[in-house]
Design a protein around this ligand. Structure first.
Ligand code: ZN
Length: 152
């Protein structure tokens, strides 16, 4: 657990200080969703550009605690360039990892940094902070808008 703990601290700290794709809106975007975690005050908007079933570009904006921000940043770093199906599969793994009572952590050998998020299970009050952006991602992918919105 010590190795996981230090990985957790290292990754959360890094992504909170230097969140990837934060306050960045993709030049083209066609999937959007917003999510709130009133327990903590975290709220984020996600913009994605999905083309031919692949997540080509990503960005998020909003405010929240270190865990929620780091989780969103880690997530976008991981899903950018992936297919929608791959991103939804990762959502399922992360959701199971964070919310299952079992001590079993799914096989995430290809997802070293995301595995760091499992450290949040030591702090049950913060699990919703970590899962928020993943729910927003799922909502954005489910929201199959045909419109492509171009930022000015
Ligand atoms: Zn939070």
């Amino acid at each position: 657990m010590d190795a996981l703990r230090s990985l957790y601290e290292e990754v959360i700290l890094d992504h909170n200080r230097n969140p990837r794709y934060f306050n960045k809106k993709p030049e083209l975007s066609n999937r959007h969703a917003h999510g709130d975690n009133p327990l903590c005050g975290d709220h984020y908007t996600l913009d994605l550009y999905v083309k031919d079933g692949r997540i080509e570009d990503v960005g998020f904006a909003g405010e929240g605690c270190a865990i929620s921000k780091a989780s969103a940043s880690l997530m976008l770093e991981h899903v950018k360039g992936k297919s929608e199906a791959e991103a939804l599969a990762v959502f399922s793994k992360i959701h199971a990892m964070l919310t299952n009572d079992s001590d079993e952590i799914p096989d995430m050998s290809d997802m070293r940094k995301l595995k760091a998020l499992s450290g949040v299970r030591e702090f049950p009050m913060r699990v919703k902070c970590a899962t928020l952006s993943w729910h927003v991602l799922k909502a954005a992918l489910d929201n199959n808008s045909e419109d492509t919105i171009q930022t000015e």
